[in-house]
Design a protein around this ligand. Structure first.
Ligand code: G3I
Length: 347
């Protein structure tokens, strides 16, 4: 019986994010899917800054070590997510006790200690690290994060430099969302160039791939894949999921009128067939795009195992029930996956 990873073959790694419950063996149906269908994993949360390094003198490696053990026992290729990110960054990292930004020297030293310690801890276990996450905005400029406020654009090359110093064998990635956007595409291309001009290592760009029924445009996504590859890096789809619900603004008002709630959460119990079919068709189109460019795509990773695990439930509006992943709440593969496996079986 063919599996997803058999169907994908050696085109690229096929991965999934796993959560701590799954690593702890508290969701064995999901863990069986991981072992059966995927050959790569990434930790959904337990390798983030605030998880690994909650206060200056405290590193918490327990959950992440369990994740690595799970990966090793099952022969899965592992990626570290993430060394430097403005979000889920512990409060103490960039700001002193009075709420003032620390000096550039202090922040550099903290980044160095943080990156050295973490990269060293996992040496030999991971294929690569998401070194910096979500630092470029839609007009191609740098996100005005604390890291940027304090160090300017230098914080990115510094992070890549420290990671390489800590482990010269590990692959290093820049990861971001909304990569179909032309402005961000330009910004990321410039970033790759500037890292390379400085002689720094960057192996791949991670295109998160959080999608909806009306975004991104497949042509724009493809343009970005090709633009990054043209700079001499590999491309990875690192956090793939596709909301099946109408796109609503993050800032939409939460109202308690029943009609409004229904508009925000139109299919709380089950997805109508017509929507499911459209979703599957669109997922298949993207999957075929990744296959078309298998020469530049190194890995495709889903952001969670089943619909029930997804961060998209409740996003951007609390209480929304979404259907964004490759396996449903009953641990069954979505039709486009089954079809793809069948097609490969007959070929
Ligand atoms: O683990 C705690 C739990 O102990 C506590 O009781 C509970 C109460 O809120 O929170 C739990 O932590 C939550 C964690 O997910 C685990 O469920 C955090 O509040 C919540 O903020 C966190 O959300 C994660 C989010 O990143 C922020 O780190 C999502 O699961 C995760 O899917 C999402 O992933 C990000 C990528 O890292 C970067 N790209 C975007 C992507 C989607 O937002």
């Amino acid at each position: 019986e063919l599996t997803l990873k058999d169907a994908v073959g050696d085109q690229f790694l096929i991965g999934t994010a796993v959560n701590v419950r799954q690593v702890a063996g508290k969701d064995t149906n999901a863990t069986n899917i991981v072992k059966h269908h995927f050959n790569a994993i990434v930790a959904e949360n337990c390798m983030k800054m605030e998880e690994l390094h909650p206060s200056e003198d405290v590193y918490n490696f327990k959950a992440a070590d369990d994740f690595v053990k799970f990966g090793e026992e099952n022969g899965l290729t592992m990626t570290g997510h993430v060394l430097i990110w403005h979000s889920q960054c512990p409060e103490w990292f960039c700001v002193d006790k009075n709420g003032k930004n620390v000096s550039p020297e202090v922040l550099k030293q903290r980044m160095k200690d943080h990156i050295y310690t973490i990269v060293n801890h996992f040496k030999g276990k991971l294929k690569g690290w998401d070194v910096v996450n979500e630092a470029i905005v839609e007009d191609g400029s740098y996100r005005k994060s604390k890291f940027y406020e304090i160090l300017g654009e230098e914080f990115i090359p510094l992070a890549f430099q420290y990671a390489h110093e800590a482990d010269s064998t590990i692959e290093l990635y820049y990861n971001d969302y909304g990569m179909d956007n032309p402005g961000r595409r330009e910004g990321v291309v410039k970033l790759i160039r500037s890292l390379k001009e400085k002689g720094l290592r960057i192996d791949a760009v991670g295109m998160q791939g959080h999608m909806g029924m009306d975004y991104p445009k497949i042509e724009e996504f493809e343009k970005s894949m090709l633009a990054f590859a043209a700079e001499g890096v590999k491309v990875m789809i690192t956090e793939w999921d596709m909301s099946a619900l109408p796109t609503v603004s993050r800032t939409a008002n939460i109202s308690d009128t029943i009609a409004f709630k229904k508009a925000l959460n139109p299919y709380p119990d089950a997805l109508p067939d017509s929507v499911s079919q459209a979703w599957n068709a669109r997922m298949k189109q993207f999957f075929e795009l990744f296959e078309k460019h298998a020469d530049i795509v190194d890995r495709v990773t889903a952001w969670g195992v089943t619909d029930g695990d997804s961060w998209k439930n409740g996003f951007p509006i609390r209480g929304r029930k979404d259907y964004p992943l490759l396996f449903d709440r009953n641990y069954q593969p979505k039709p486009f996956i089954t079809e793809m496996i069948k097609e490969k079986e007959t070929n």
